[in-house]
Design a binder for this molecule. Structure first.
Ligand SMILES: NC(=O)c1ccc[n+]([C@@H]2O[C@H](COP(=O)([O-])OP(=O)(O)OC[C@H]3O[C@@H](n4cnc5c(N)ncnc54)[C@H](OP(=O)(O)O)[C@@H]3O)[C@@H](O)[C@H]2O)c1
Length: 338
């Protein structure tokens, strides 16, 4: 299905959907054509902001959106507890899905959605935008070329302060709050990606150790995890809502070190320290706001009739959600709807 302009629908016009809206507005060959939100005024305000003066369908339920013929793909940006229900409806209706991270709150639901994508032959991708940032092309080349030798370990963290509020998405168990699903997915996913780039194969996890601090709502406000892979590779991860972090990514090889600058999940800079001590720094700016790469990838895959991206494949998503389940299991975090 090569359709120009490509018509995007947004489900859940909240904070992060604005970044998507900005990218769609500025990218050629695509339009925002529909918005689904529980509140028509909020959905209208979103449409007016990112597609002013255009005929954007405003829907309070999924049926209206799914019956809209102008919709060629759906971006889902509701809180994660509600991703599966929206994605399920889209896939059954034949509408391609780009869904915010994490695709689902657990592996069981991820398997169900991937099964639906395969059954109906409809595109499904978890919106792990970090993998599409230009600086990661450079990092991928360093890893593939063996610029730091064999990877021994990785360290990454993602921490910032969120004042405790039981209704906040980050702390609310009913919305699948907690650091593992919200921010832990970035270090876990980048660990998987780095090892795949360096070794050409998906990493084989042998053991996970995890500890954490739970908020009064029972979700993890902070966790640390150590993932042990085959060939004695270890990845250390620390994430939390209870204070700032250094927020970089470091990949240690047996002959060098790669550092992706703080806020590694949205970085534009990285350095390579090689065997002889030489340090190379690279900078790659975003073309728009960093969301453009994943949006263009989704449209390219859909145009080619593919049901998954090779950059964030279904198996990639399944492996990382399996790790997140394992970490939550060690922390004792179970959601009321599980
Ligand atoms: N890629 C990234 O960098 C990034 C960054 C932040 C968040 N995210 C992901 O994006 C998703 C949304 O995060 P956000 O920070 O944008 O959240 P948010 O500001 O709360 O927005 C979510 C929107 O979903 C809608 N919604 C539908 N059903 C809902 C329900 N039952 N409860 C609450 N809201 C509901 C709400 O819009 P209506 O009330 O109008 O329906 C709300 O505005 C999360 O899964 C998160 O992990 C990704």
């Amino acid at each position: 299905m090569a359709t120009t302009p490509f018509g995007w629908a947004v489900v859940g016009p909240g904070r992060i959907a604005n970044r998507f809206g900005e990218a769609v507005q500025r990218l050629p060959g695509m339009d925002l054509v529909a918005v689904q939100g529980r509140d028509a005024m909020r959905a209208r305000a979103y449409a007016d902001r990112w597609s002013p003066g255009q005929d954007v369908g405003i829907h309070q339920d999924m049926d209206g959106l799914l019956n809209d013929k102008r919709v060629h793909g759906v971006y889902i940006a509701t809180p994660h507890a509600f991703h599966a229900q929206a994605a399920r409806a889209c896939l059954a209706a034949g509408k391609p899905v780009l869904c915010e991270k994490p695709l689902t709150v657990n592996e069981t639901l991820a398997k169900e959605l991937i099964g639906l994508s395969r059954k109906h032959r409809v595109f499904l991708m978890e919106a792990l935008w970090t993998r599409f940032l230009p600086i990661y092309t450079v990092v991928g080349q360093w890893l593939e070329s063996g610029a730091i030798g064999r990877i021994r370990s990785l360290q990454s963290n993602f921490s910032f302060s969120v004042p405790f509020d039981p209704c906040n998405r980050c702390f609310d168990a009913a919305q699948a709050g907690g650091a593992v699903l919200d921010i832990g997915i970035y270090p876990l996913s980048i660990t998987q990606w780095c090892l795949q780039q360096a070794n050409g194969t998906r990493p084989i996890l042998e053991n996970i150790h995890a500890t954490g601090v739970l908020a009064a709502t029972g979700v993890d406000q902070r966790f640390t995890a150590s993932l042990e892979f085959s060939d004695d590779v270890v990845s250390q991860v620390m994430c939390g809502f209870d204070g700032p972090g250094e927020n970089s990514l470091r990949v240690f090889g047996d002959t060098g070190v790669i550092t992706v600058a703080p806020r590694f999940w949205e970085a534009t800079r990285a350095t390579l320290q090689s065997k002889d001590g030489e340090v190379i720094s690279e900078e790659r700016a975003f073309a728009i706001n960093g969301f453009e790469g994943q949006i263009l990838e989704a449209i390219d895959c859909i145009a080619r009739g593919e049901i998954e991206s090779q950059v964030v494949s279904h198996v990639d998503t399944l492996q990382v959600v399996e790790w997140m389940d394992a970490v939550r299991n060690r922390l004792g975090v179970v959601y009321p709807f599980e």
